[in-house]
Design a protein around this ligand. Structure first.
Ligand code: FES
Ligand code: FES
Length: 190
């Protein structure tokens, strides 16, 4: 009996359901770009080395060139096209604009998706390889430039916009921390 090599699957992408036929060997990156017209996600190395294809899967970052699209069925996929809130840019997008965190822009969608997850990982207290004190009681480390560089090290920028990218991530993290603190204060005074 010949085994089927294709299926029709339904993906949850940027809050919408998208149904498409796929060859089982298709990566999420190729399905996004070639079949779903979501070309904001970029192909750099196609080998999991550059981060250009980074998307969010259930809120965590993933390189979509190493992910088979059939394995993404049932998960929440967020691409760069889905991070803004309508016409309002995501704070990380705004910070990249404010700090000129790009030159050619090819790596930028992946950098922004990664940065969104980095800020959430840091806020949740995840240590990185350069965190000096990883004891749980030490709490989250300060999000220094060194911490940002380490946490963003899977995203390469051939233009070398790293200095501005680090500034943009730091700014976006501050904005997010202020927003979270404001929301908590509003809850206390409500
Ligand atoms: S294209 Fe996926 S990591 Fe480079
Ligand atoms: S802005 Fe050109 S590769 Fe990063």
């Amino acid at each position: 009996m010949a085994l089927s090599t294709s299926s029709v699957i339904t993906l949850n992408i940027n809050g919408e359901k998208r149904t498409l036929p796929v060859d089982h060997r298709t990566t999420l990156l190729d399905a996004l770009r070639e079949q779903l017209d979501l070309t904001g996600t970029k192909k750099g190395c196609d080998h999991g080395q550059c981060g250009a294809c980074t998307v969010l899967l259930d809120g965590s970052r993933a390189v979509s060139c190493l992910q088979l699209v059939v394995a993404a069925e049932g998960r929440e996929i967020t691409t760069i096209e889905g991070v803004a809130d309508g016409d309002r840019l995501h704070p990380v997008q705004q910070a990249f604009l404010d700090f000129d965190g790009y030159q050619c822009g090819y790596c930028t969608p992946g950098q922004i998706c990664s940065a969104i997850a980095v800020i959430e990982e840091h806020a949740a207290g995840w240590p990185s390889a350069v965190t000096a004190d990883i004891r749980p009681e030490a709490g989250a480390p300060a999000l220094t430039a060194e911490e940002i560089r380490e946490r963003m090290s899977g995203n390469l920028c051939r233009c070398g916009a790293y200095v501005s990218i680090v500034q943009a991530v730091a700014q976006a993290a501050e904005t997010e921390a202020r927003r979270t603190a404001g929301a908590a204060e509003g809850e206390l005074t409500a």
